[in-house]
Design a binder for this molecule. Structure first.
Ligand SMILES: Cc1cc2nc3c(=O)[nH]c(=O)nc-3n(C[C@H](O)[C@H](O)[C@H](O)COP(=O)(O)O)c2cc1C
Length: 596
């Protein structure tokens, strides 16, 4: 028996789901008739609830003086939130309207009584939070019914919950779940305002659907998603037409041709990546600092104890590291990703826990990681890129932390470029001659162990033939990453691929990001189009890497700190290049005579 609704009614159900919007603008002052409000509240009251406990209550507020007091509470919290935002985000937030408490004739508070239904509420004993979930479902019903009635609803969550509860006279055992502003509107937007304003984007549904186990993504009836293969397929060459338009516009801008030097190339590359001229401004920007530990540390390649990785992660999260200072100056957000720190890290805001394992194995004794771990780290990095772009970022910046990661980088660089270990290995954080000699020897031993003898270690590329076609780095980049890489290298490679697939620029920091970029480009050569070399590190392997990638560093200040510091310094340069292409007048538009 077919219990489905007739087609037109099904269409109506899907229509109300698709057209429900969080509304903050365009409210009309007309009152909401009592019968309409009653129907909407009755719909809310039909929501499912744990053990049928119906934990909700609805407080209907119309009194202007009360709404003014509540609006003042929301304004205070919005101000506190704004004070914490990095530059471009703060400017974008300023343009957003986040509440309509006084613009709407009715405000409705949905509360939750966690105690309702008593001790034996079916299903709540194991998951007490199901009480709150039930109240949220009442909100969802209310929201949908309101849309069908032509009423806009805007959810406001800029409150201290207890402060608001006191204003509403809520008993202590009740909590506020939602504060909703309700009224008739002139129109409903086709998409979330946060999407049209560029603050965030809707994630494709296929990213959210997993078959059987988390991580096996794919829509029902479709082949399971192979995230790495899909990522690689999604990376296509830059748009030649947009690049030509950008180059041509540069020539018409009110300045001597070529006078912006390298920044002209940057703007042309940004246009090619975005597929439009001018390209979007690369802001807001977010630095993702990928942190992990390295088994090769046991070989005595660094004077720093391994614990420093976790300690520096805490420092990044507390805002005390150089990258935090530089990011604050450049108006970028800093997020830290634990992909393999050999310590348990406390969950704190700003830390993304994505640990693949507690550090890699020592690559002089065996592969640093398994192939599955390398793929997992690559996919993790790509997902971070995706999430940061979905959260509204238009420029990604690489950062890294991992004691001993310059050793792993040197091995990766040798494997991918054929460079001599003596040429690619540097002094990292600063080591004495004996440690330096040991570090080179460790890299040689690793290469000898994992690469065929014919290509390791001294496979110096000639200017015309940088790599033999059968170089192991090109044949099996994942294998090379697994042999030598840190989890941060593999995740950074995925991050770069993720940025390239979304056609968002990624500014590379120093030698660690460079080594990761070699892996990314070996997997998907067109990924290089998304990469902008933030700086040239003092590490010798970095110059080798940049010339292999064909990237020109924007800043060359002898930095060798990592963390993302050099890349963040280059952020305003990349942004200025895009802004100049967008804002500078042309000879014809400004009525300025061109050179004869
Ligand atoms: C739990 C929750 C809290 C929210 N809080 C706010 C808020 O304080 N201010 C605001 O402008 N929007 C708020 N929203 C609305 C979301 O921004 C909005 O639902 C989202 O952008 C998707 O847009 P749409 O609802 O139109 O599909 C909230 C939404 C939810 C579900």
């Amino acid at each position: 028996m077919n219990n489905s609704y007739p087609q037109d009614q099904r269409d109506a159900v899907y229509r109300v789901i698709a057209e429900r919007r969080d509304v903050r603008r365009g409210f009309r002052p007309d009152p909401v008739p009592a019968d309409v409000l009653g129907r909407v509240l009755a719909a809310a009251h039909q929501a499912p609830s744990v053990g049928f406990s119906q934990p909700w209550d609805f407080i209907v507020i119309t009194d202007r003086a009360r709404r003014e007091r509540i609006a003042a509470l929301a304004r205070r919290h919005a101000g506190e939130f704004a004070a914490d935002l990095p530059g471009a985000r703060a400017r974008a937030f300023d343009q957003l309207k986040i509440e309509s408490i006084l613009d709407t004739p009715v405000n409705i508070v949905v509360s939750c009584d966690r105690t309702r239904g008593g001790r034996h509420t079916l299903g709540r004993h194991a998951q007490p939070q199901t009480a709150e979930f039930s109240s949220v479902l009442a909100v969802a019903n209310l929201w949908l019914a309101a849309r069908a009635e032509g009423l806009g609803v805007g959810w406001v969550s800029f409150f201290d919950e207890r402060e608001l509860a006191a204003e509403l006279g809520l008993p202590a055992h009740l909590e506020v779940i939602a504060y909703l502003c309700v009224g008739y509107v002139t129109s409903f937007a086709a998409e979330p305002e946060l999407q049209s304003s560029g603050w965030a984007r809707r994630r494709p549904v296929s990213w959210a659907v997993h078959a059987e186990e988390f991580g096996h993504r794919g829509m029902p009836g479709e082949a399971p998603v192979d995230p790495l293969a899909d990522l690689i397929t999604a990376i296509t060459p830059p748009d030649a037409e947009a690049m030509a338009a950008a180059a041509e516009r540069q020539d018409r801008m009110t300045k001597p041709r070529g006078s912006l030097g390298v920044l002209e190339d940057v703007s042309v590359r940004l246009a090619g990546l975005a597929g439009s001229c001018p390209p979007p401004l690369p802001e807001p920007a977010c630095v993702a600092v990928f942190a992990a530990d390295h088994g090769v540390h046991a070989q005595g390649v660094s004077p720093w104890p391994q614990e420093v990785t976790a300690q520096m992660v805490a420092n990044f999260l507390a805002g005390g590291a150089v990258v935090n200072a530089f990011a604050a100056q450049a108006g970028a957000e800093v997020t830290v990703v634990d992909v393999g720190v050999a310590a348990d890290l406390e969950p704190v805001p700003g830390l993304l826990p994505r640990k693949i394992a507690r550090g890699t194995a020592d690559f002089t004794e065996g592969p640093a990681m398994t192939r599955d771990q390398a793929v997992a780290a690559l996919v993790t990095g790509a997902e971070i890129a995706r999430d940061l772009v979905a959260a509204g970022n238009r420029c990604l910046v690489t950062g890294d932390m991992g004691i001993a990661n310059t050793t792993a980088s040197a091995a990766l660089i040798c494997a991918f470029t054929g460079a001599d270990p003596a040429e690619a290995t540097g002094r990292g954080t600063g080591i004495d001659a004996a440690t330096y000699a040991r570090k080179i020897e460790v890299v040689c031993r690793g290469l000898a162990r994992h690469l065929p003898a014919s290509v390791a270690p001294a496979r110096t590329p000639g200017p015309d033939s940088p790599d033999s076609p059968d170089s192991p780095g090109l044949v099996d980049p994942v294998g090379v990453l697994a042999a030598f890489g840190g989890f941060e290298h593999a995740a950074l490679a995925g991050f770069i691929l993720g940025a390239a697939a979304l056609r968002v620029p990624v500014i590379l920091d120093g030698v660690i990001a460079g080594a990761a970029a070699l892996a990314a480009v070996a997997l998907a050569p067109d990924a290089v189009a998304a990469c902008f070399a933030g700086h040239r590190s003092a590490e010798p392997g970095h110059a080798v890497t940049l010339s292999h990638l064909g990237l020109r560093p924007l800043v060359d200040l002898g930095l060798r700190l990592g963390e993302g510091t050099g890349a963040v310094l280059a952020l305003p340069l990349v942004q200025s290049a895009a802004r100049a292409l967008r804002d500078v007048a042309t000879f014809d538009s400004a009525g300025v005579a061109d050179k004869l």
